[in-house]
Design a protein around this ligand. Structure first.
Ligand code: PLP
Length: 374
C-alpha cells in the first residue's frame, strides 16, 4: 500500500493516544450528566473540574477563567460578538486584515449591526506592527483582536506590545491562539490578554471541542442561554469525554513543548536544506519568527493547486492555504494582505510538519516536490 505522508498539521492533528484512552471511560461507563446530584454524576463532575484545572495551568490562567466551547470558531465568535453586545455606545473593534474567517466574519456580523470595525494591514513579513496599532487606536476603541500566530504563513505576532497598547487606551485585548496553543509557550497573565481562543484538534486533541479564556471581570454576554453550565455563560450538557481528551492532549504537548519544538524545527531545517540542495527556487513567507514546522513556500510561476493535487496523488497531504479555503482557488486573503506578488501567491503551498512527522517524511516531500517542479 502507498505510504501516506501527512504534512497538514495546521489544518488538524492526529489524536494523541493518551488523550484517546482517557476519553473512553466517559463515553462508555461514566456517562452520567455532570450537572446531576447523584453518584453517577460525581466522577464526570470531578473530571470536568480536573480538566479545567489542567488547561488553566497550561496557559497560566485560573480554572474559572476557562470556558469550554465547540472549538476555535465558536470561541472567536463569542469573543467578538459577546464583547460587542455589552457595549451600549458601540465603540470600535480593531482587528487585522489577515485573521481567520471565524474572526473576519464575526466582525462583518457586528458591523451589520452598527458596531464599527477597523482593519490593520500586516507588513509584508506578516507582522501586525505595534506602531500601526498605536496610530489608529483611540479612546473609543473597545476591543483589539489579533491572532497569536497566522494559520497560513505562521508568523507569530508581538502580542504583549499589542496588548499593552490596547490597555493603555482602555480597550480589551483578545487573541485567536488556535494555531499556537500547545505549540508555543503561552502565559496569559504574563502577556496580559483578556480573552484567548483555542481549539483541541490543533494540538492533538479531539475535534469539536475548544475553549475561550476570559479573564475574570471581563464584560461579555453569555454565548448560549440555558442551564447553569460554564457558570451560566455557555449552557448545554458538557461533553466530558472531549473535554478530558483536550486536557490530556494539551498537558502532553505542554509537558514536551521544548523537545517537540526542537524536533519539528530540525525537520523544518532539513526540508529547507534539501529543497535548496535540489536547486528548487522558492521564497518562504512569514518572516523570521514563525510557528515551528509551518512553512509557507512560494514557487514562482508554478500553481499551488496543481502542486497540492499532484502531491495528493503521491500520497502526500499539504495545503495551499488554510483548511477552510481549500475549495477556493483564488489567492487567499492572507497572501493578499501581505501583498505577495501574484506570480508568487499563485504558486504558494503550506507545509505544516508536526511531532508525528519523520525525516523520511521530509525526504518524501522534497523528492515529490522535486519531481513536480523540475
Ligand atoms: N482560528 C484559526 C487561526 C484557525 O487556524 C482555525 C482553524 O483552522 C480556527 C480559528 C477555527 O478553529 P476550529 O476548526 O476549531 O473551528
Amino acid at each position: 500500500m502507498k505510504q501516506l505522508i501527512y504534512a497538514d498539521n495546521a489544518a488538524t492533528t492526529q489524536l494523541d493516544k493518551d488523550a484517546f484512552e482517557a476519553m473512553i471511560p466517559w463515553l462508555l461507563d461514566e456517562y452520567g450528566n455532570a450537572s446531576q446530584p447523584y453518584t453517577l454524576a460525581r466522577k464526570p463532575k470531578s473530571a470536568l473540574f480536573q480538566a479545567r484545572r489542567t488547561i488553566a495551568e497550561c496557559i497560566n490562567a485560573l480554572p474559572e477563567e476557562i470556558y469550554f466551547t465547540s472549538g476555535g470558531t465558536e470561541s472567536d465568535n463569542w469573543a467578538i460578538k459577546g464583547s460587542a453586545f455589552v457595549d451600549t455606545v458601540k465603540r470600535t473593534t480593531i482587528t487585522s486584515a489577515f485573521e481567520h474567517h471565524a474572526i473576519l466574519n464575526s466582525c462583518k456580523a457586528i458591523e451589520r449591526l452598527g458596531f464599527p470595525v477597523t482593519y490593520i494591514w500586516p507588513t509584508s513579513e506578516g507582522i501586525i506592527a505595534p506602531d500601526t496599532l498605536a496610530q489608529i487606536i483611540t479612546n473609543q476603541t473597545r476591543l483589539v483582536s489579533t491572532m497569536l500566530a497566522n494559520n497560513e504563513i505562521g508568523t507569530i505576532q508581538p502580542i504583549k506590545e499589542l496588548c499593552d497598547i490596547a490597555h493603555a487606551h482602555g480597550a480589551l485585548f483578545h487573541t485567536d491562539a488556535v494555531q499556537a496553543v500547545g505549540h508555543v509557550k503561552i502565559d496569559v497573565q504574563g502577556l496580559g490578554i483578556d480573552m484567548l481562543s483555542a481549539s483541541a484538534h490543533k494540538f492533538n486533541g479531539p475535534k469539536g471541542i475548544g475553549f475561550l479564556y476570559i479573564r475574570k471581570g471581563t464584560q461579555i454576554i453569555p454565548y448560549a442561554d440555558g442551564g447553569a453550565q460554564e457558570n451560566g455563560y455557555r449552557a448545554g450538557t458538557e461533553n466530558i469525554a472531549s473535554i478530558v481528551g483536550m486536557a490530556v492532549a494539551l498537558r502532553n504537548n505542554c509537558t514536551h513543548l521544548e523537545e517537540n519544538v526542537a524536533y519539528v524545527q530540525s525537520l523544518e531545517r532539513l526540508l529547507l536544506k534539501e529543497l535548496q540542495e535540489a536547486q528548487i527556487l522558492f521564497i518562504r513567507n512569514g518572516g523570521k519568527n514563525t510557528l515551528p514546522g509551518l512553512l509557507s513556500l512560494s514557487f514562482s510561476g508554478a500553481g499551488g493547486e496543481a502542486i497540492l493535487h499532484r502531491l495528493d496523488l503521491m500520497g502526500i497531504s499539504i495545503s495551499t492555504g488554510s483548511a477552510c479555503n481549500s475549495e477556493n482557488t483564488e489567492i487567499s486573503h492572507v497572501l493578499k494582505a501581505i501583498q505577495l506578488e501574484e506570480k508568487q501567491a499563485k504558486g504558494t503551498v503550506r507545509i505544516s510538519l508536526g511531532r508525528n512527522n519523520t525525516e523520511e517524511d521530509v525526504e518524501g516531500i522534497v523528492g515529490a516536490l522535486t519531481k513536480i517542479l523540475r
